[in-house]
Write a protein that binds this ligand. Sequence first.
Ligand code: FAD
Length: 509
Amino acid sequence: MADQDKSAKPFAPAIVPAVFQQAVEQADIAISITDAAAVILYVNPAFTRVTGYAPEEVIGANHALLSNKSTPESIYQAMWAAITAGQPWSGRLVNRRKDGSKYLADLLVQPVIDASGAVTNYLGIQRDVTDLHRLECEVGEQKALIESVVDSAPVVLALLDRDFRVVLDNHEYKKLVSDLRAVEPATVILDAVRASLGTLPGTPQVGRHAFHDHEIRFDSRNGTRWYSCSGLWVRRKDGTVESFFDRRDDLFLLLVAKETTRQRAEQEKTRLAMLQAMMAEEARIDSLRETLSAAVFKIEGPVNIMASVLSTLERRGGSPAGAALAGALRAGRDAIDSLRGAIPGHSPESRTAVNINEVMRDVLDLTTTRMLAAGITVHWRPQSVLPSLNAYPSRVRTMFKAIVDNAIEAMNAKGWKARELSVVTRGHADRVEVIIEDSGPGIPPDLRYKVFEPFFSTRMGGGGHLGTGLSSAQQVAADHDGTIEIDSTERRGCCVRVVLPVPRRGMAA
Ligand code: FAD
């Protein structure tokens, strides 16, 4: 190749110029040839079809005769700057046909350069793109219209690709991004759906719902918001060259979330009122249970002493006092049995999917009046979406209420100034953590285990407490395979950490 003669002309059979002419004549695109001053020398039949001018009407005239005089001067300047420098130029101009009608021309001007490098002629190729332009405008307008409709829709909309990345969203979605403090709402929604359904059901299929009207809640320090969410599989045509012949459509998930907080708020009000009544009744029964248990506990002491005295007397051969003591012991044991029989049992409850954010929200709502009266400020920091537990809802609620009640009472001591309660929830793949921290006087380290013993109270002798709250709470946590610990805190106060396990997928109720 290196020693090839570069000046050698490509081989062109004698027939080729005639074929070129025929090809240009028969081409279905307007072709013109001008001199260096744009004076027309030749036009093909397609040129006549586009412009209405016969060859004899334009040959000898400047190409400017097609100008509608509305194309900006700057376009011509750019054109001429390029073509006089030997460079091709293409662009769109507004032209006028012989009959005066206007059309949009997509023009390519190719300079013809002679052997000395001078531009001798120009080749003009133009297409009427009026309809194409109208179509482009319509598509553009439609896109803008769709975007403004999607943006003004009062629902959260997002289009996700197969990897669940957001490729399109609307104004409401963006608002949610800022409400969730830059956490991707689509991820939060899909996590919440997966948390309650286990997975996104069904094989992706155009027109099929991945989930439909699925209600989820977002908890934030500003309150709880409810959304009814649907996910619909939709198709988008793949516009890449690879799929021009081999059509490959891309599947997308259209996420639609409609806020239902207002409707839910009404239902929540009623539910909370019922819950309040139910918990008041439970508290009454609990206090009865505590009182009777404490009575049993208190009687058991002397009865046990009587039993040991009696066995000593019997070992020494018995006595009339021993017989009297045996009678008293029987009476004491009967009394214990009757008291035990009178202790009300726990109402039967079955395990169900429980959202700890909802439980904590309930507990805070139920204690609002007391906290307001005690001047306590609450810092509620829930994780926006938590995995569900498989738990006994009332027992779990009672457990957290006991912990919060303890915190309120600790801070409500006369003269105690710091009155802040912080409640944090955190979700992990295998567990949910709740950290309840108060700014009260705290529990001394040597009592951190003792407080879980039945009938132990740091307020012994005051407040009418029997000290069964934390021991019952620990029992509830244990019944759920969870734990309650009193953590040491940097600051004063008490920090109770409750950890409850999350059932493995497919094990949820
Ligand atoms: P012009 O007098 O042409 O001036 C417009 C601008 O172009 C000025 O800035 C001027 O300085 C510059 N200019 C003009 N002629 C030259 C030149 N010879 N050398 C350097 N600069 C120059 N125009 C259309 O409107 N529609 C067409 O379909 C069209 N097709 C064309 C096809 C070809 C092959 C060529 C070469 C030109 C074509 N033109 C076309 C351009 C046309 O020749 C005119 O330049 C244009 O129409 C503007 O005309 P005018 O009389 O308004 O202004």
